[in-house]
Write a protein that binds this ligand. Structure first.
Ligand code: MCN
Ligand code: CUM
Length: 798
């Protein structure tokens, strides 16, 4: 195969031995991780460092009547006990959320969710701080709690937010998108309509490393240094400066190694502010690191969308319209971490991979007595919920029409020729080839063979039912553009700075922040490709706001689409200057110099034996710089993307459902991802494996649950079920390459695709196994008892 311009096959492994694009370079960072030399926030130790432990409310909804510090202060080693009153002196009792709400750093008046921060104990060690916290006496007056968004909107529901002026309900906002009239018309004219309620349950990112920080106020230099578990150090520096009033150049945020983020480390948490305030007041470094249950119970959760989907179609299965109703639970504060102009994230991508002429969505959000959140956990800003909705609805429609679920997808796909494609809700999809991906998937799993086996089992009244589920999803990643997407007003561009040193190696500093995604390797590969340097000669730095260029951070799979683009463009700027130096070295005019990508050298046009390597040029730029150029060889780029990228996938899940126990065995999971041009296939495969594990966990195991009083009943790893190797099946990964036309290296993001795309494939498979008995839906997590109940109702149990 050749690409359309007759160039080399983009799907072949290429690059040129130096670790450029498409090479399976082993991750440079893994050497320190697997030899125990990682450096995480909790590894940071400073002279005189104190420790903070937060006193948390046992109640979900209660007035704080009094706080008595006395007994805690008597504990040997306790240095201070802080309450909201203490923080108020420094104007730090509250902090703004990313959605313009105001959250208590320490409860001022009323507790709004269980385990909310009420007081903080600062002590000479972690255990003393905890002992001290046990001795802080807080008197509460409890109130009825509401933990269900639907109940929260009933007129007599307890009011969560009496701190907001004139507020008399738990309703936060209504958001609408699409064309309501056109959609209604589509439903009036339709041959068939289907409707399905579904609940995307509340889950939690639960990174292995919990959240934490070490705040260090340097009284002599009046500088605040915070080592922080942060996915977005620069944005956090700006917010720290704005909230604290400390000038931004006197705030340094350092994200050392981050032990998984998954969205959990995008927001700012009260613990960070408390530690910083404590260090400022006491004048010593203060460390705060969460325990596991604190992480699950109080930091940002994900999903919690109650959705009703309706689809209008012709009798041939051509979709004419989609109508969606959503009720979103945002917890006690509207604190979702997403671009500020998108109250429902990018949910409006809910028309998916399909050419849908009319679409409309109305979404209401509610406060409840639960921890705030909504956007986190490999979600691409609510694309996860949107993909679940549309991929489930396509399955529901296929059942109504008794059509094959693969065939109905094919009929409705946006055709390859239609790109760039404008969706009914106003996105411009950059590129895609959905049919080819589906064809490859069907072939790979032997679809016809599977359908035959399914029928054979039914005929034989087998104990186990076979189900086949699809998800042919489209993602949207790479926020910006800056005019559309901002965080607290800061436009969502990203950046890279490249310095090539005299001896021909380079330091690359980037504004995005890895949490395990492998940027130290893949971003070096981009530079290796563009500059013809060896990947081993390139060091990538990130996570220090004192030295790295300003960027908006890593989340929503934006690093490659935005930071990767900045890196490629910065490298091209270096190459441009290098060309002029090469001309000087070779004593020819610049027009006579060509860059030879395969050898990583400049050559004289028509005389390929006359050339200089990038290494030689680097040396010359410091030792023999031409008269028309500054010495040195470096460049910086701030990249504001013209559009997002639209990666996609074709996933097939094959399950066996045990009619006796309700257990679901995932027999096969096939995942084809198309993320445009691929930088490192091995890193991508790792991302897909991890993301699928999390998608499978979402479908089968995970849910944060509450009782009626607002107690978190799944707030630790005994009750919140993380997947282990035992639950995760073998996974087959595959790919196609449809480059992004607007990205400098044609790459799209991939980090979240598997978590976004996989849950509906699994639910579709389980439903498919029971479809012959009329089963249309089952909610996640599909625990054996839940599956058994559905089997039983359908008369399928043994
Ligand atoms: N990549 C590539 N070629 C492409 C696209 C990506 O080689 N065409 C590589 C990238 O260079 C990068 C990795 O794949 O090394 C992921 O890239 P990308 O899709 O750009 O996503 P980000 O780097 O922005 O990562 C964010 C994404 C998100 S939002 C969550 S949540 C998540 C995820 O990544 N959190 C993770 N994957 C994670 N993986 C680990 N180990 N830990 C987390 O916390
Ligand atoms: Cu939505 S989880 Mo990731 O965007 O960090």
């Amino acid at each position: 195969r050749h690409d359309e311009d007759g160039g080399p096959d983009p799907e072949a492994h290429h690059g040129h031995g130096r670790g450029g694009m498409g090479q399976e370079v082993k991750r440079k960072e893994d050497r320190r991780f697997i030899t125990g030399r990682g450096n995480y926030v909790d590894d940071i130790k400073k002279d005189g460092m104190l420790h903070c432990h937060v006193v948390r409310s046992p109640h979900a909804h209660a007035y704080v009547k009094s706080i008595n510090k006395e007994r805690a202060l008597n504990v040997d080693g306790v240095v201070a006990v802080l309450t909201a009153e203490d923080l108020a002196e420094y104007d730090l009792a509250t902090m703004p959320t990313l959605m313009d709400d105001t959250q208590d750093v320490l409860v001022q008046d009323k507790v709004k969710f269980q385990s909310q921060e009420v007081a903080a104990v600062i002590a000479t060690d972690r255990y003393i701080a905890k002992d001290g916290a046990d001795k802080v006496e807080v008197k509460y007056e409890t109130l009825d709690a509401v933990v269900d968004a639907r109940k929260a909107l009933e007129p007599d529901a307890p009011l969560v937010r009496d701190d907001i002026e004139d507020n008399d309900s738990n309703h936060i906002f209504t958001w609408e998108t699409g064309d309501k009239e056109a959609t209604e018309k589509a439903f009036e004219d339709a041959d068939v309509t289907v409707e399905q309620d579904m609940y995307y349950q509340r889950i939690h990112p639960a990174p292995i490393e919990t959240c934490g920080c070490v705040a260090d106020w340097d009284t002599a230099n009046e500088k605040m240094t915070v080592h922080l578990t942060s996915q977005a150090p620069h944005a956090h520096r700006t917010l720290f400066s704005m909230v604290s009033g400390i000038p931004e150049h006197k705030v340094r945020i350092v994200s050392p190694d981050v032990g998984g983020g998954f969205g959990n480390k995008v927001p700012i948490y009260p613990g960070y502010v408390i530690a910083a305030a404590a260090s400022y007041v006491i004048g010593q470094p203060v460390k705060w690191v969460e325990e596991r249950s604190e992480n699950i119970q109080t930091t940002h959760f994900a999903r919690d969308y109650e959705m009703t989907g309706r689809v209008a179609a012709t009798k041939d299965g051509i979709i004419q319209g989609i109508d969606v109703d959503v009720l979103a639970d945002h917890g006690a504060y509207n604190a979702a971490a997403q671009p500020s102009k998108f109250p429902a994230g990018f949910f409006k991508i809910f028309t998916g991979s399909y050419d849908v002429p009319a679409a409309y969505c109305k979404l209401d959000a509610a406060y409840t007595n639960t921890a705030p959140g909504g956007i986190a956990y490999r979600c691409s800003f609510r694309v996860t919920e949107a993909v679940y909705l549309i991929e489930r609805m396509v399955k529901v429609l296929s059942q109504e029409l008794d059509m094959d679920p693969a065939e109905i997808r094919r009929k409705n796909f946006i055709p390859k020729e239609a790109f760039p494609y404008e969706s009914a809700t106003g996105w411009t999809y950059d590129s895609g080839d959905y049919e080819r991906a589906l064809d490859k998937a069907l072939d790979a799993v032997d679809y016809d063979g599977l359908r035959e086996e399914q029928q054979r089992r039914l005929d034989a009244d087998d104990d186990k039912l076979l189900g086949i589920g699809f998800s042919t999803f489209t993602e949207i990643v790479g926020a910006g553009p800056g005019k559309q997407c901002d965080i607290a007003g800061v436009e969502m561009f990203d950046s890279a700075e490249i310095r090539v040193h005299p001896t021909g190696n380079a330091t690359v500093r980037i504004g995005v922040q890895t949490q395990g995604q492998g940027h130290e390797t893949t971003f070096a590969q981009i530079v290796a490709e563009e500059l013809g340097l060896d990947v081993e000669d390139i060091t990538v730095e990130h996570g220090d706001t004192d030295t790295d260029p300003y960027g908006l951070g890593t989340y929503a799979s934006r690093s490659t689409p935005v930071g990767g683009a900045a890196t490629a463009v910065a490298a091209r700027k270096v190459r441009e200057k290098a060309k002029s130096i090469a001309a000087n070295e070779l004593e020819v005019a610049e027009e006579d110099i060509v860059w030879d990508r395969s050898s990583g050298a400049f050559q004289v046009k028509g005389a390929p034996d006359r050339g200089v390597t990038m290494k030689e040029v680097a040396f010359a730029s410091y030792t023999n710089s031409p008269a028309n150029e500054e010495p040195g060889l470096e460049a910086v780029d701030y990249y504001d993307p013209p559009n997002m990228t639209f990666p996609f996938g074709a996933y097939v899940c094959v399950v066996e459902v045990d009619r006796e126990t309700g257990e679901v065995d995932i027999r096969k999971f096939y995942a084809l991802d198309d993320c445009g041009n691929r930088i490192n296939p091995m890193v991508i495969e790792g991302q897909v494996h991890g993301g699928l594990a999390q998608g499978i966990a979402t479908a089968m195991l995970e849910e944060v649950t509450f009782d009626d009083n607002g107690n978190v009943t799944a707030g630790d790893f005994m009750n919140y079920l993380l997947p282990t190797a035992m639950e995760i099946p073998h996974m087959d990964t595959d790919y196609t390459v449809t480059p992004s036309p607007h990205h400098p290296i044609g790459a799209k993001g991939v980090g979240e695709s598997p978590t976004v795309g996989s849950p509906p494939a699994i639910v579709n498979a389980v439903v498919d196994a029971m479809a012959h008995a009329g089963v249309r839906h089952i909610d996640m997590p599909m625990t054996p008892d839940r599956v058994w109940s559905v089997l039983n109702e359908a008369g399928l149990t043994l």
